[in-house]
Design a protein around this ligand. Structure first.
Ligand SMILES: *Cc1c(COP(=O)(O)O)cnc(C)c1O
Length: 509
């Protein structure tokens, strides 16, 4: 075994990993990369089919990001945002605000302030704490808070509504906002209560009366938007309690860790309008969906590509922007630095900002901050990444990649173990089932997703499953040939894992 692999096995504890399984094998040790290709310590090459857990945008070792970091490194790597401003973080804040700008009439609801932190979880913690304090202040409850000796009556506690299956990160506040049962079971006693409401999952929706077809379930579903009705009901019921929801938290266009589950077209607009009408703040978690990941337009054909070529500047970088929604909080992380460095940001409005202004001794200050807030290296990488994203070349590249991804994915429908193929822009989730005609799922102990990904790794393609869902999120620089290789490795692996015996028989004949 390679000595680095030995060191890892001896000393490192990996995230979200059953270490007993890990210790049974030899880990792949990544030592370098270029573009879409990762290289391990033995010199074997792999395609990075999930963009290094959804972070990488333009490929590894991008010359522009590399040189932006080196240039910054020659000036300073880090100074504190507690007490000082710095060069790249100031410029980046302006550029992020511009990138999120939908040219609204009402300047007060524009995202115009940037609070930096380090990762997606903390970007959500910041939004959560800001929304909590903002609600207390604007509802005049902070005085009630003080009067009752720092104990707020439960019926006055600002309440949050989020979606079933939601994932917002792993710190305690972020886990509390999320609704993945497994994590709630593990940490139940430490979490605070948030409410949840049904999220669309057309493929397995109890309200969808359609029989399975060889198509994305959103396209053939038969329902009456019951999922929207349930959101409305939830808001009405909470209003009756005299404590309307402080905020509605959501991953726009698709839920990531829930299993790459997209929302049918129109859902997001309807539910955010309901939330707004009931006075709730909108917290958009764009940690995965941000920076072009959800594509330039909904559907891409040659005409769409031609339109994009005519006006690349119109391409929106955020999922909320793509559908014309301005949240009160926009949380970004993963792709912010192009996937190079840990950095996150929470964008919010002037209105929220103003609620924290006051005399020093009023303590209206936002009491939150991290040592590496506004880090210069991260900000320099982010600036370079944003610049690349806004070039015509990148916009066109993303649009073409979205089209290729759609075309390649269609080849998977012939496999009986593929139940649903769902694509939003440059994200695809392929749900594996025992039998597509019944949608019967694999059981946990069958480890269907893990086995398929292991078989893909042998073929030189790396990704990580979410249960029975295989995630394909190619870096934006992926070529058509590389994409083809990712999808054919997936097809062959599914075949190998579930139909090997049938195949052998076929070959013997
Ligand atoms: C990854 C992710 C997070 C958490 O981000 P970290 O950087 O891993 O803390 C939060 N929300 C969504 C939607 C994510 O995909």
């Amino acid at each position: 075994m390679n000595h680095l692999a030995k060191l890892d096995r001896k000393f490192v504890w990996h995230p979200f990993t059953q270490m007993r399984d890990w210790l049974r094998g030899e880990p792949i040790v990544i030592v370098s990369a270029k573009g879409v290709v990762l290289c391990d310590v033995r010199g074997k090459e792999y395609l990075d089919a999930n963009s290094s857990i959804w972070t990488n945008l333009h490929g590894h070792q991008h010359s522009k990001i590399n040189s932006a970091i080196s240039r910054q490194l020659k000036k300073i790597a880090h100074s504190s945002a507690l007490g000082f401003a710095n060069e790249p973080a100031s410029v980046l804040a302006k550029n992020l605000v511009n990138a999120a700008d939908l040219k609204l009439e009402n300047k007060n609801s524009k995202l115009s302030k940037v609070f930096y932190s380090d990762d997606g979880s903390t970007a959500l913690e910041v939004a959560l704490k800001l929304a909590y304090q903002f609600t207390l202040r604007t509802r005049g409850w902070s005085s009630a808070f003080r009067l009752s000796g720092n104990k707020l009556k439960p019926e006055l506690q600002p309440k949050f509504l989020s979606l079933e299956g939601a994932y917002h990160g792993d710190t305690i506040g972020a886990v509390s906002l999320g609704h993945i049962n497994l994590f709630h079971k593990a940490y139940g006693g430490m979490l605070f209560r948030t409410d949840k409401v049904m999220a669309p999952y057309c493929y397995r929706c109890p309200f969808n009366r359609a029989q399975p077809e060889r198509n994305d379930a959103r396209k053939y579903r038969k329902c009456n938007w019951e999922c929207v009705g349930l959101v409305e009901k939830k808001f009405l019921a909470q209003n009756k309690k005299g404590n309307p929801y402080a905020a509605f938290v959501f991953e726009p266009l698709l839920q990531g860790a829930a299993g790459l589950i997209p929302q049918p077209s129109g859902w997001l607009g309807q539910v955010t309008e309901i939330a707004r009408n009931h006075g709730a703040l909108l917290i958009a978690d764009e940690v995965m969906t941000g920076f072009g990941r959800t594509g330039v337009t909904c559907h891409v054909d040659d005409k769409a590509i031609a339109n994009v070529a005519k006006n690349p500047a119109a391409a929106k970088l955020f999922a909320t922007g793509r559908v014309g929604i301005t949240p009160d909080f926009l949380c970004v992380a993963k792709g912010l630095t192009g996937g190079y460095l840990p950095m996150a940001a929470t964008l919010t409005t002037q209105k929220v900002f103003d609620a924290f202004l006051g005399e020093y001794e009023e303590f209206k200050t936002f009491f939150h901050g991290h040592s590496f807030t506004g880090n210069q290296l991260g900000a320099a990488a982010s600036l370079a990444s944003l610049e690349i994203l806004q070039t015509k070349q990148s916009v066109l590249q993303r649009t073409r990649l979205q089209k290729w991804l759609h075309e390649e994915l269609q080849s998977l429908w012939v496999l009986p173990n593929v139940g649903d193929i769902r694509q939003v822009g440059l994200v695809a989730g392929i749900e594996l089932v025992k039998n597509w005609q019944t949608r019967e799922p694999f059981t946990l102990s069958e480890r269907a997703g893990i086995r398929v990904c292991e078989a893909m790794a042998k073929r030189g393609v790396l990704t990580r499953p979410i249960g029975n869902v295989i995630a394909i999120l190619p870096p934006y620089c992926t070529t058509q040939t590389q994409l083809r290789k990712m999808i054919s490795a997936l097809a062959e692996s599914i075949d190998e894992c579930f139909h090997q015996s049938a195949n052998k028989k076929r070959r013997q004949k």
